[in-house]
Design a protein around this ligand. Structure first.
Ligand code: IDP
Ligand code: MG
Length: 167
């Protein structure tokens, strides 16, 4: 069954110029990329993304990490991979959360590190299951930014909505 997975190339991945390597590795999955964009991550977005870890001692550091404050790279690249067993396929290539325990040939095993601050800098995020993928994709992207219909949508007329357009 086709499934979607949110991938984030985290600020350390961008700072280390790993975008090309990571996308090449992920292409081994033969999944389809159905969305891609650069995002400047607000504190609110970072906190919501990692809401399940809000009680952890490393939470504040983790939020700063995702915002790019530890790497002077205030952006992440967000992608949606789509296809059969997308989450399992991506997670296998990405490797374990702790880069020291991750298979050395996995993306995190190859490029991740544990900092003296204690947060695992593991260069990439991938959704953990289908429910989390849906929650995360809806958090990071609007329906129009994804080229397939993943989840139900509705139409809304937003007359008062302020929007930046080309001058
Ligand atoms: P995942 O990214 O493999 O799904 P999660 O448990 O969802 O793992 O954790 C989110 C992120 O929080 C990790 O990718 C890593 O950057 C950081 N993290 C998780 N557990 C720890 C820990 O025990 N110490 C330091 N950082 C951690
Ligand atoms: Mg997770």
């Amino acid at each position: 069954m086709s499934q979607a997975a949110l991938i984030l190339i985290k600020p350390d991945g961008l700072k280390k110029s790993l975008t090309g390597n990571i996308l090449t590795r992920l292409s081994e999955t033969k999944l389809e990329i159905v969305a891609a964009k650069m995002v400047r991550v607000s504190e609110a977005l970072a906190k919501e993304h990692y809401v399940h870890l809000q009680d952890k001692p490393f939470f504040d550091e983790l939020v700063k990490y995702l915002q790019g404050e530890l790497h002077d790279r205030k952006k992440v690249m967000a992608l949606v991979y789509w296809g059969n067993d997308a989450i399992k396929k991506c997670r296998e290539l990405v490797g374990s959360t702790n880069p020291e325990e991750a298979d050395p040939t996995s993306i995190r095993g190859s490029y991740g590190r544990i900092t003296t601050h204690g947060v695992y800098e593991n260069v990439i995020h991938v959704s953990s299951d289908a429910l989390e993928a849906e929650r995360e994709i809806k958090l990071w992207l609007d329906p129009e930014e994804i080229i397939v219909d993943l989840y139900p949508t509705k139409e809304m007329v937003t007359k008062e909505h302020k929007k930046k357009v080309w001058a």
